[in-house]
Design a protein around this ligand. Sequence first.
Ligand code: CTP
Ligand code: MG
Length: 273
Amino acid sequence: MSATEFSAGSGSGAGDHRPRPVVAVVLVAAGSGQRLGYGMPKARVPLGGEPILMHALRGVVASGVAQQVCVALPAGDGSLRQMCDDFKDELVDGGPLLTVVEGGGTRAESVRSALSALEEGTQAVLVHDAARALTPESVFLRVVDSLAAGALAVIPVVPVVDTVKTVEATRDDDARIAPEIVVGTAPREKLRAVQTPQGFDLDTLLKAHREVAGFSEAQAAAVTDDAMLVERLGIPVHAVRGASQSLKITTPLDLIIAEGLLEGPLGARWVEG
Ligand code: CTP
Ligand code: MG
């Protein structure tokens, strides 16, 4: 596909006629799923009878925001690669280009692997966790609309319902009383839980990821999302509304909740338009 053909796919923002950038979605699916404990990569774990990755792929494509979807898979996973190949046949004319790469040992490495396979002409990138298999289309649209309005970085967020405290390990004598002691209470009204897809101007995200090259192993391990790399550059990160059904399937309980959402009376992508 040429850069010209690639650009031709970019549409207009729904209803407001703002031109949308040429968007690629990076779908990171290369994790091993240790906490889910299925003994297989999480992307392959069945949800409502289909692998988690299939749900995630369908959601991205249904949102209609992407000219390219680049999936980072666990190294050497022939079964997921085959599934992606089969999915290409489901894509109608005018649908996104589907690219597959091998992920890395950390999430950030998987993101970088996918970024290196984006088409010429890509202007913006959405980085999305395959583990958030039920993210509604509306969240993708809010993120892309914010990019179209000028954001260089934008994340979907939801309010935090629990009171959040910072703690430290208790020392010496006090350890008999309890393992940790509270050192502060965060102001809950200002806290947000962060989801994906996180949207970025492509050059901004590439620059943010280049900084990681100078990180120590501990610093690299602490990179849990892409927005924090952009924050380090001093670039504003904007926030739009996420959705509670966009949960990250991490533990067995999350999988039960996701199954429940799929089986609910209104289907998977119901609430919170
Ligand atoms: N991911 C990735 N490459 C990695 C690690 C994670 O592409 N080396 C992806 C996962 O596939 C997932 C997303 O990043 O879609 C969020 O990661 P997480 O929920 O932690 O998934 P896993 O790393 O698979 O789970 P665990 O940490 O329990 O092993
Ligand atoms: Mg992980």
